[in-house]
Unconditional design. Structure first.
Length: 154
């Protein structure tokens, strides 16, 4: 019998794939695309952030919990970029204009973050806490690099 966490991961992955397919469709309004990408980034950050207390030694290590959060963050990392479409550079967004003026660099940052997030999910499955700590750091650096270049300071 599958554990509850495996069931949750399976359901979230199925949802993520379905949402990713849906994200391929054009958005009716620019604000819908902005809400979509912000929501996906929020969920990704929430699950990535749940690993931080374990990495810092502030919370006991639970292999299944870390693996589940890493898997969800990985899946969510694939979704937000469908919402960075023309006309979404203004409104309720922290996106810098460089996303559209230097699209190749933004795409590279997107791919780097997704690669690091995938590595984190893979390492988390293995259960080696030292490897998780190292990959968590590398993933965080990829996230920060994108924020530094493409997100307005608040």
């Amino acid at each position: 019998m599958k554990s509850f966490s495996q069931l949750v991961v399976g359901l979230l992955l199925a949802f993520g794939i379905a949402a990713g397919v849906q994200a391929q469709a054009p958005f009716k309004k620019a604000e819908d695309a902005i809400k979509y990408r912000k929501s996906a980034l929020f969920v990704m950050a929430q699950h990535f952030g749940r690993i931080a207390p374990v990495v810092k030694g502030e919370k006991p290590y639970d292999k299944d919990e870390v693996a589940m959060n890493a898997a969800i963050a990985e899946q969510m990392s694939k979704l937000p970029f469908a919402g960075f479409v023309a006309g979404t550079d203004t409104g309720d967004t922290d996106a810098k204009p460089e996303i559209w003026t230097d699209a190749a660099k933004f795409k590279s940052a997107e791919e780097k973050m997704q690669q690091e997030m995938s590595k984190l999910a893979e390492v988390a499955k293995g259960g080696n806490l030292d490897a998780i700590k190292a990959q968590f750091g590398a993933t965080g650096k990829a996230c920060k690099a994108c924020h530094d270049d493409f997100r307005k300071k608040k």
